[in-house]
Design a protein around this ligand. Structure first.
Ligand code: GKR
Ligand code: MG
Length: 434
């Protein structure tokens, strides 16, 4: 009776639910967030009736890859995780047929067909781990080898932003605008007050570099000694990056993706003692060698969505260790399912050297019944079976209905299109922008 019956591990059904979630008007170098952003919720149900959940990008291209994988998973076992990537390769078809329609923004690095598929696989892997954990009575971190910390630290993710979307009927919040150093510091103070964050990241690439340097200097004055990061998503030339690095050396904990491409990052890195970090030029295993051997980056921001799941994230962490490269964590707009997955994997990484990024505090909606609470900027690692989250079916239904009702304009993230609502002349800026 100590053996788990096979039926308890066999997948009976997989449900895919695309949703649209409210998103504030956060600015980045490509434009501004749309009023709603797509996410995909994946549910894996075993023959014993246990449901595991996962979450990934919800743009149409991801959904189209997820459909055949959902079909192919039926009858397989939730513990056969090493076969997931090969299964996806076999059944998802050639993702190059859909890759040109997704994430034109490039904020997540160059989007190759493989990356799209891995981002889809990640949600299935997390859902299987959740179901497996619930079946065995073990938390996901235990399935990954066990936690090495009781809580995971997150940073406040500061954005330049408008007070509201320039669209009638769009969701509104009470944050107000943040378009200058004072606004950024006020935003940081609210994050610190409400969630206890002591580490701060500013999304840059929005205003000319001098203004963003001034915002970081204002943060340094307001929060002396606290870790600060600036991330313009590759908006600057190598020369501009040198200037910013000179101005902020000793002020920043790290500078994230000042310029695009590994060779450019290596040129910036060679001229500054300031550590460079990336979630753009190292987002797949084949990209690691060049970046690490040329000294282009000292910190990689892992993201289990890009890398194909929690186990691949641990593999990445091992490679970083071997090269003496530090580890941090990247985020895009995401729900509580992914936040739980991020927290579990982060809890298992011995050399996670920096507070993780999360967009979560910007969100006013979720599909989990209990919203996680940050204390002192940390989330406690759950020891409940699986991820430790429960789906709020009513919320999931409502957010899915919003997706169904959309005419297609919001089903693919398009920050440039959202910007054009305010400025019809806006085109995605050429890189480098400054
Ligand atoms: O949400 O606007 C945003 C961010 O710019 C996001 O798309 C990036 O992927 O947060 C990300 C980053 O660190 O580059
Ligand atoms: Mg980044």
């Amino acid at each position: 009776d100590r053996v788990i019956p096979q039926a308890n591990l066999t997948v009976e059904a997989v449900r895919l639910t695309p949703v649209l979630i409210a998103d504030p008007p956060l600015l980045n170098t490509q434009g501004v967030h749309q009023p709603y952003t797509p996410r995909l919720v994946v549910e894996v149900v075993t023959e014993a009736g246990v449901t595991g959940v996962g979450e990934t990008y919800g743009d149409t291209a991801y959904l189209r890859l997820a459909e055949p994988l959902a079909e192919a998973l039926r009858g397989r076992r939730i513990n056969e995780l090493n076969a997931l990537e090969t299964l996806a390769e076999a059944v998802c078809g050639d993702p190059s047929s859909v890759s040109d329609r997704v994430d034109a923004s490039g904020l997540r690095g160059v989007r190759t067909a493989d990356k799209l598929r891995l981002s889809v696989v990640s949600a299935f892997e997390v859902a299987c781990l959740d179901a497996l954990g619930k079946t065995c009575g073990l938390p996901v971190h235990a399935l990954l080898g066990g936690k090495v910390r009781e809580s995971v630290e997150y940073s406040a993710y500061l954005f330049y932003r408008w007070a509201k979307h320039p669209v009638d009927g769009a969701p509104v919040d009470d944050w107000g605008a943040a378009l200058d150093p004072e606004g950024v510091v006020a935003q940081a103070r609210r994050f610190a007050r409400d969630h206890g964050f002591t580490s701060f990241k500013l999304k840059g690439g929005v205003f000319p570099p001098d203004q963003e340097i001034a915002a970081i200097q204002a943060l340094a004055e307001a929060f002396p000694g606290r870790p600060l990061r600036l991330d313009p998503n590759g908006a600057w030339s190598v020369e501009t990056s040198h200037e910013v690095a000179r101005a902020l050396d000793g002020v920043l904990e790290y500078l994230e993706d000042p310029t695009t491409g590994t060779p450019g990052m290596a040129r910036v890195a060679s001229a500054t003692p300031l550590p460079l970090a990336t979630n753009m030029c190292v987002t797949t295993f084949p990209e690691i060698e060049e970046a690490f051997t040329t000294g282009a980056v000292r910190i990689v921001l892992c993201d289990h969505h890009y890398w194909g799941g929690l186990r691949n994230t641990r593999r990445l962490a091992g490679i970083c260790d071997a090269f003496g490269v530090g580890l941090s964590m990247h985020s895009n707009t995401h729900l509580g399912i992914s936040l739980a997955a991020m927290t579990h994997v982060a809890a298992t990484l011995p050399h996670l050297d920096h507070a993780c990024d999360t967009h979560y505090p910007w969100l006013t909606e979720d599909v989990v019944t209990e919203r996680p609470v940050f204390t002192g900027g940390h989330l406690t690692v759950s020891d409940a079976p699986g991820l430790g989250v429960e789906l709020d079916r009513e919320a999931l239904r409502a957010l899915h209905e919003r997706w169904l009702a959309d005419d297609g304009t919001l089903r693919d993230r398009d920050d440039a299109a959202a910007m054009r609502v305010a400025d019809p002349t806006w085109t995605t800026p050429a890189v480098p922008r400054w």
